[in-house]
Design a protein around this ligand. Sequence first.
Ligand SMILES: [Zn+2]
Ligand SMILES: [Zn+2]
Length: 201
Amino acid sequence: MTGEGGSDAPAGSTRLVFDASVAFDAITTHEELCAWSRAYCERVAETDAFAVDLSRVEWEVSTRAKRRAAAVKRPRIDGAVVGEERDWDGDVPTCTVSLTWAAFDAFSEAEWTATLRHELVHVEEFQRFGTTDHGPRFERRAAAVDAPIRVRRFAPAAYVLSCAACEEVVARRYRACKLVRRHDDYVSSCCAANLTVDERE
Ligand SMILES: [Zn+2]
Ligand SMILES: [Zn+2]
C-alpha cells in the first residue's frame, strides 16, 4: 500500500486529482481511522498467523491521550498470568483498541501500522492469557511478527494539506515528500481546487 494518491505529474503539465479515498493520508474522521486500522489488522491477522479473534475486538479513537499512540483497554481478569492459558469456554471477553488521534496525525503510515501490530500482540496475549504486558514473551512475539517492542511517542504532524476552496484536510505528511513539495501539481478531489500547505512545528 502506498501512502500517496495520484501518480507523477508529467513535467508540470496536467494537474492530477488527489483522490485518496482509501489512502492512509486521506483519513479525516474517527470512523475512517477505525475502519482503516481494523482492515489492516484483518489483513495481517491472516498473513502473519496472529492468533486473534477480531470479532471480539472493538475500536475507538481517543482525542485525549497525550503520549500513548494506542492502547488495548481490557477488563481485569482475576488470577490471569501471561503464559497461563485461559479457558474461556467459547466466550472470549471483549477488549477495545483505543487509537490516539494526535498520534495518527503525527505518524507515517509505516509507523502507524507498526503501532497496530504492537497492539495486536497485546490483543493476542489478552485473548490467550487474560492479561498482557511487555515481558519477555511479548518481546519474542513482537519480534516474530515484526512489531516494535515499544511504540514511539508522537509529535504533531509537520505538514497538513487542505482544499483551498472548502478547507477540508485532504492529507497529512510527516515529511516534505513530493506531495508537499509539488502540491501545485494537484487539485483536491472534493472541489478540484488548489491545495494549501500548513507547516507545523
Ligand atoms: Zn504495549
Ligand atoms: Zn474542497
